[in-house]
Design a protein around this ligand. Structure first.
Ligand code: ARG
Length: 472
């Protein structure tokens, strides 16, 4: 047929007498990326055909051939044997056309009571559900790595910062556990997104539902969805579940970026808090002394494209009237790219967290420069000498100025020097000036005392590492 009429359109036969423009053949197809949905597409088609048979809409014999044909196609695509055609536009038409080649006429019955509109969104929701579960597992590994390193370093003292200025001593374990909380919320957000994703639009057909007596409850249950979607127009017109997933990815990427910014700072010469091994660093082609934390920088850098994907989705959806618009075909590339990117970034970060060597002496040197126990001195003046906090703050500031002028730490000042600032200061003050003491004293719930951190670690293990995978 196409030999006799080279102008014929491969997909639309009947009304179309000439072929699409070359540039149309470039802009129109989605097969270049939606081939990735082939397993979901075939699973949904098999379920749809089984339902049509149960409902008496197609014959059992046709269904048998459809099922066998679809299984064969899945094998062919798995093995890379099926060449895709851009003239068949997308994965749905490529599979159907191949089915026709294999089983002939019954292939044409598969698309009864269905449209590519509900087909495409069903495939995407199935894909998203698996992607969310996989990502959840990857983030869990990261939390596990952070918790393990936090247990090793529940007592390792480092400076805690505000405004990038030394604030108060904390433990490295406590610092790592802060990220366990952040990534935990990322997992909770993903679990929420999964719930809103895990509903079946199959059977919404083009936009209005269908006159065939289909069973949407059956197809939803067979495909593991919680229930069918409520409204056929919303089923094919909604994309907020993808936007939401991309927000989850963006927030996760931002959290990863913050941790990797710290890793980068911590290995810099100004800090020397940690070292990364050869496994996660690169050298310089010109400067032999260099060891660059490229993986950490790349994770930070890739945040831009993840947030870019979210932006692309939101802008694409904005202003689209009900229901399906071809614009929506643009939903897949940002989704695939964002998920692939965050998976890689989480895995690289987990690798670095496991790889890094802590350099307590570097942390200590930084602490010694920053008067991190000044608050402890002020608190001591309040507690032991009954001085109002505001006055204690001023007295402490003068003691700090003294230590700064002498170029020493607070605990290295002699008592006479301190008493020259305020005679109410006594020998007992030295107890609170050591960073170790400062850290040990911060036992309030969620605080940095080593024992408190160990308790937090136990709770975190229970909460994030026990075997209750997220479910819709
Ligand atoms: N290729 C389309 C997509 O990715 C499938 C739906 C097409 N529907 C249509 N009426 N053209 O969204």
């Amino acid at each position: 047929m196409s030999d006799q009429n080279p102008g014929a359109n491969k997909m639309w036969g009947g009304r179309f007498t000439t072929a699409p423009a070359d540039v149309m053949r470039k802009i129109n197809p989605s097969i270049g990326f939606d081939y990735r949905l082939y397993r979901q597409d075939i699973a949904a088609s098999k379920t749809h055909a089984a339902m049509l048979t149960r409902q008496g809409i197609i014959a059992a014999a046709d269904n048998d051939r459809i099922q066998a044909g679809l299984d064969q196609i899945r094998g062919e695509i798995d093995r890379g044997e099926l060449p895709f055609s851009i003239d068949l536009e997308d994965i749905h038409m490529n599979v159907e056309a191949r089915l026709k080649e294999i089983i002939g006429e019954p292939a044409g019955r598969l698309h009864t009571a269905r449209s590519r509109n509900d087909q495409a969104v069903t495939d995407v929701r199935l894909w998203m559900r698996d992607a969310i579960d996989a990502l959840d597992g990857t983030i869990r590994d990261l939390q596990q790595a952070l918790i393990e390193r936090a247990s090793e370093h529940a007592e390792t003292i480092m400076p805690g910062f505000t405004h990038m200025q030394v604030a108060q001593p904390v433990t490295f374990g406590h610092h790592l556990m802060a990220y366990v909380e952040m990534f935990g919320r990322d997992r909770e957000r993903l679990a929420g997104a999964r719930q809103r994703t895990n509903v079946s639009p199959l059977g919404a057909a083009a936009l209005a539902g269908t006159a065939f007596p289909i069973d949407r409850q059956f197809t939803a249950a067979e495909l593991g969805f919680a229930r069918p979607t409520e409204n056929s127009m919303d089923s094919v017109g909604a994309r907020d579940h993808i936007c939401e997933l991309l927000f989850c990815c963006s927030m996760l990427a931002v959290h990863l970026s913050r941790l990797n910014e710290e890793i980068t700072l911590w290995c810099s010469d100004g800090f020397r808090f940690i070292a990364l091994s050869d496994a996660f660093t690169t050298g310089s082609s010109i400067m032999p002394q260099k060891r660059n934390p490229d993986a950490a920088e790349l994770v930070r850098g890739k945040t831009g494209r993840v947030v870019g994907s979210l932006t692309a989705m939101l802008v694409m959806v904005k202003g689209l009237p009900m229901t399906f618009m071809k614009d929506m075909q643009e939903d897949k590339e940002p989704m695939f790219d964002a998920l692939e990117t965050v998976e890689l970034c989480v895995a690289a970060t987990t690798g670095m967290v496991r790889d890094l060597t802590v350099r307590p002496e570097g942390m200590r040197a930084f602490l010694d420069r920053g008067f991190p126990t000044a608050t402890d001195l002020a608190d001591w003046l309040v507690r032991e000498a009954g001085i109002p906090f505001r006055d204690a703050h001023h007295i402490t500031a003068r003691v700090v100025a003294l230590a700064e002028a002498k170029g020493c730490t607070l605990q290295a000042l002699d008592l006479d020097a301190m008493r020259s600032v305020d005679p109410r200061i006594s020998e007992a003050v030295f107890e609170v000036l050591a960073p170790e003491h400062s850290v040990r004293s911060r036992r309030s719930y969620g605080g940095t005392a080593p024992d408190t951190v160990r308790e937090a670690i136990e709770r975190a293990k229970q909460r994030w590492l026990s075997d209750n995978p997220i479910q819709a």
